[in-house]
Design a protein around this ligand. Structure first.
Ligand code: XIL
Length: 422
């Protein structure tokens, strides 16, 4: 039996233990509460939408590596990058898929017949895979940023059907074999149609007619049967265009064309009208899904600048002259304009959420407003606000609203707290 002293000590000990346990309980539960609050407020776009689709972004070569080699500056808008590796942290934190903005295009990766330069693309793929991201390949067959040699012979004449088929096959097979098992999906053909739904008169089309499309998909499936294969185009909000694309693909898909998805670039212009853009894309998603394939947005951005030319495409060779009137937000976007932009993104996401089952990926084009191609296209030297990340690499406040569309815990908790206080 313990003595009094010992008994007292014993009771003390029990009380002390209970106290500690209590403290621990308080500590643990407060840690728990804090952690859950933290995890809610630290929620990112990629995490919030993990069960919906991949949330991706394009990266340029200077974000991947601090490359300053003049020979390796690849950007037809004339934008010359400096070290932007600081952007990479934003990419890793907020996105779970990536695509190269330029370095996998034919002019970079296959500049001369039989000569491949994988330097930049390898750096991009390795860095992205090391960060655990899904890598999408952009692009195999595209009339733009495609070197002269591809369609011409030594005398400058257009090559024959057979020669072009051989070149396409060799190009697709070599690139896809190089990235087999590392690049999960490819834009096999990009921008083959005009905005009215007719065929673009590209050199691929001039030489091979519409056959160049199914041929490209056939070569791609043979090259890597595990990769997903996509068709991709801009202005896909325009009913005439999406109808033309669907009309072409429907019979091919019915006959077994190896294609997994038809994608929409999604270069949007606020002046075209927020509700109109949203309802047009709602229609386009349904039209594509009716073919029995998935869809995605490959190059999302929203230009908020005036569009005095009625321009609404993304044809990279289109250019207009700079005038100060068309660059009104050099010092920032006024509050009412910002509210309009934010509301657009929220309403756009609300529409997309209703199509969750049909969408594979929402990919943004360019990491932040500062390095967005929209500052230089279709007019050079403007100040656009086309992305969800500001010029200081901060996610814009609207991102939290987008997150709360599918993760409403935080606002619920806050409302509950407010209600308690009343
Ligand atoms: C753009 C890049 O963002 C620019 O840096 C480059 O100068 C031109 O091309 N459709 C596409 C993309 O499929 O590859 C284009 O990217 C934008 C339009």
């Amino acid at each position: 039996m313990p003595s009094d002293r010992e008994g007292g000590d014993f009771i003390h000990y029990i009380l002390f233990t209970l106290k500690i346990m209590n403290y621990r309980k308080i500590l643990i539960s407060s840690l728990f509460v804090n952690a859950s609050l933290l995890s809610v407020s630290a929620q990112t776009l990629k995490d919030a939408y993990r069960d919906y689709w991949y949330t991706g972004v394009s990266v340029n070569q200077w974000e991947v590596a601090a490359q300053q080699n003049a020979k390796n500056e690849h950007d037809v808008t004339g934008f010359v990058g400096a070290d932007q590796t600081a952007d990479w942290a934003v990419v890793e934190k907020n996105f779970n898929a990536v695509v190269a903005e330029n370095c996998m295009k034919a002019e970079v990766i296959h500049p001369q017949e039989g000569v491949y330069d994988f330097t930049l693309a390898d750096q991009f793929v390795e860095k992205s895979l090391a960060a655990g991201m899904r890598v999408h390949g952009h692009v195999l067959i595209w009339h733009s940023q495609c070197p002269y040699w591809f369609h011409h012979d030594a005398n400058g004449k257009l090559v024959s059907k057979e020669v072009l088929k051989k070149r396409m096959k060799e190009h697709i097979t070599t690139i896809m074999a190089h990235y087999k098992g590392r690049v999960s999906s490819w834009d096999v053909v990009n921008e083959a149609f005009e905005d009215d739904g007719s065929f673009r008169n590209s050199l691929f089309y001039q030489i091979l007619g519409e056959d160049f499309i199914p041929l490209a998909f056939q070569y791609a499936r043979e090259a890597d049967p595990t990769a997903e294969l996509y068709y991709n185009d801009f202005s896909m909000n325009k009913p005439a265009k999406v109808d033309g694309v669907c009309k072409f693909f429907r019979p091919l898909i019915d006959k077994g064309l190896p294609i997994d998805a038809i994608g929409m670039q999604g270069h949007m212009i606020l002046e075209d009208g927020a509700q109109e853009i949203i309802s047009q894309y709602d229609y386009s998603i349904k039209a594509i899904a009716s073919l029995g394939v998935k869809t995605f947005f490959s190059e999302l951005d929203l230009s908020v600048l005036p569009n005095p030319y009625g321009f609404s495409g993304a044809n990279v060779s289109d250019r207009f002259a700079y005038r100060p009137e068309v660059d009104p937000y050099k010092d920032g976007v006024p509050a009412d304009k910002q509210a309009e932009i934010d509301q657009f993104w929220v309403d756009f996401y609300k529409m997309l959420i209703t199509h969750k089952e049909d969408i594979i990926r929402l990919n943004y084009w360019c990491v932040n407003d500062g390095n967005s191609w929209k500052n230089d296209f279709p007019i050079r030297g403007r100040h656009d606000y086309a992305t969800l990340v500001d010029r200081n690499n901060q996610m814009k406040p609207v991102v939290q609203r987008i997150i709360e569309l599918v993760q409403p815990q935080r606002s619920k908790q806050e409302k509950a707290k407010k209600a308690k206080k009343k």
